[in-house]
Design a protein around this ligand. Structure first.
Ligand SMILES: [Zn+2]
Length: 228
């Protein structure tokens, strides 16, 4: 029934989030040209190198992975902007598919027991209507056949822009996550902590420390993108 889809596409065309061209060939998010121009992190650099180094001496991690480099005015930045502020939630699952294609057969995917995400504060999620990691976590869960516990971490404090904070406030915000009590009995597990972009890694560090506190679990980190 391809012709029905073709007629449908004629009246309701989808546009590439990267360049605004009309999409063809079954592409739903990016055109072939933009897909080819994505800045993938070479597999040889992935894991235990740049990303892991940012956690040295601060957070114990097993694997640290990302799929794409993040830079200003890049296709990745456009995609994340649409995902976070324009209600384009399908982009979240697209990142999961891209990740599993790029990091295909990586040992981390046999290592995980379940996936958890950096949560939004309840009031922020209510306002936005979703967490931008929902689709990413759900799609990883579906394709890898492992659970995604979206409410594993709970955000307890609302963070304001980092630069506006005093040193005292920054120290205070270190307790901004707690592990949901209903998961406290899950021990000796390998947990994959996901986020959208890793820049300094400070949020992931705080969340990671919260997960590891008084627990026998281990964590790995996976983000959609990573800032060099
Ligand atoms: Zn395009």
């Amino acid at each position: 029934m391809d012709w029905i889809k073709n007629v449908f596409d004629l009246f309701y065309p989808h546009f590439c989030y990267g360049c605004d061209e009309v999409l063809h060939n079954g592409n739903d998010i990016l055109c072939s040209n933009c897909l080819m121009n994505l800045d993938f992190i070479p597999l040889t650099l992935n894991n235990n190198t740049e990303m892991k180094r940012r956690f040295y001496g601060k957070l114990s991690t097993e694997h640290c992975l990302a799929t794409l480099y993040f830079s200003e005015k890049s296709i990745v930045q456009k995609l994340l902007h649409e995902l976070k502020y324009k209600n384009q939630q399908k982009i979240s699952a697209f990142f999961a598919t891209l990740t599993l294609q790029h990091l295909k057969n990586h040992e981390v995917f046999n290592w995980i027991d379940f996936v958890v995400c950096i949560p939004l504060h309840q009031s922020k999620e209510k306002k936005r209507g979703y967490n931008q990691l929902d689709g990413f976590g759900n799609e990883l869960s579906k394709q890898l056949n492992i659970p995604f516990y979206k409410d594993y971490l709970i955000k307890t404090t609302k963070t304001k822009t980092q630069t506006k904070k005093s040193m005292w406030q920054r120290a205070e915000s270190k307790s901004e996550f707690i592990v949901n009590a209903k998961y406290e009995n899950l021990q000796n597990k390998n947990i994959l902590l996901i986020d959208d972009v890793m820049t300094t890694g400070s949020t992931l560090e705080i969340a990671g420390k919260c997960i590891l506190k008084n627990s026998t679990n281990k964590i790995s980190v996976l983000t959609m993108a990573y800032t060099r």
